[in-house]
Design a binder for this molecule. Structure first.
Ligand code: B1M
Length: 219
């Protein structure tokens, strides 16, 4: 049940609950209401939709939800995401080019798509490499002049592919011209240091901050 004139915090909670409750139409209505109230779309994405997906992940881990529910939840998430991201557009001159992809073997792209939209909203041009991206594709993107290569991995089994990309960039002599950032639920500071990435981020908001720092550092 959607109340009128909710405070922003209740709208965020309602958005998250509608994602968890697998209710795309309600997510869409709430996203439009958020925009009608002239509230910032990025906040609804990170504090509403992404929080809902985080809870879905917890339910999946606790075996309360299975793959069909997770897919319905992602559909509900995108019902709001598509409405909100349309309001994030930027007409400014790009601040730099960033290639983003989910590493080989991994098709979890919801987080990467959120990061992509937030990085675009911050004024960067994003080359979206998609999911299940080979080492060679990352290296090719770096060779084509992107300043930052971002890799996402949601599975411990595919995390080593981040290290492989960094090694390949090294071998191709591209580490001087390209910075690397990694992210995804299992990634942490220790892993970042271990694989020699230039930065890591726990969420989309921190990813933007780290990419801004990397772009400012230049080559
Ligand atoms: Co799967 N899955 N899944 N899954 N899935 C996980 C990841 C898992 C942890 C669930 C579990 O067992 N508890 C587990 C991995 C275990 C491990 O580590 N080894 C798992 C598994 C095992 C699998 C399959 C193998 C299941 C199977 O078939 N038996 C299979 C794998 C397929 C494959 O990839 N080859 C599979 C399939 C799927 C679905 C297709 C059903 C679906 C993916 C749909 C899609 O993405 N298009 C799915 C989902 C949705 C999940 C969970 C439930 C949720 C992931 C998600 O979307 N989170 C997940 C459980 C969990 O994470 N607790 C799980 C919400 C999203 C907003 O958060 O992606 O973390 P996240 O992104 C965040 C941050 O991490 C960060 O910012 C984002 C936004 O704030 N971030 C970055 C992400 N990338 C970044 C990059 C950056 C910086 C920050 O810089 C570049």
């Amino acid at each position: 049940m959607i109340e009128s004139m909710e405070p922003p915090e209740s709208l965020l909670a309602a958005l998250a609950a509608a994602v968890v409750g697998l209710r795309p139409a309600e997510v869409g209505t709430l996203a439009r209401r958020w925009l009608d109230m002239k509230l910032p779309p990025d906040q609804a994405i990170t504090e509403g939709l992404a929080q809902g997906m985080k809870r879905v992940g917890e339910k999946f881990a606790a075996r309360e939800y299975f793959v069909p529910e997770v897919l319905l939840a992602s559909r509900a998430m995108y019902a709001g995401f598509d409405i909100l991201k349309a309001e994030l557009g930027s007409d400014r001159e790009p601040r730099g080019r960033v290639a983003l992809g989910v590493v080989q073997g991994d098709i979890h792209d919801i987080g990467k798509n959120i990061v992509k939209v937030m990085v675009q909203a911050a004024g960067f041009e994003v080359v979206d490499l998609g999911r299940n991206v080979s080492v060679d594709t990352f290296v090719r993107a770096a060779g084509e002049g992107v300043g930052v290569v971002g890799m996402s991995s949601l599975m411990t089994t595919t995390m080593p592919n981040m290290a492989r990309v960094i090694e390949a960039l090294d071998k191709a002599g591209l580490r001087g011209s390209t910075r690397t950032i990694i992210g995804g639920a299992p990634v942490n500071t220790r892993f970042c240091e271990q694989v020699g990435a230039d930065a890591w981020a726990a969420d989309a908001h921190s990813a933007v901050i780290e990419i801004e720092k990397l772009a400012a550092r230049g080559t």
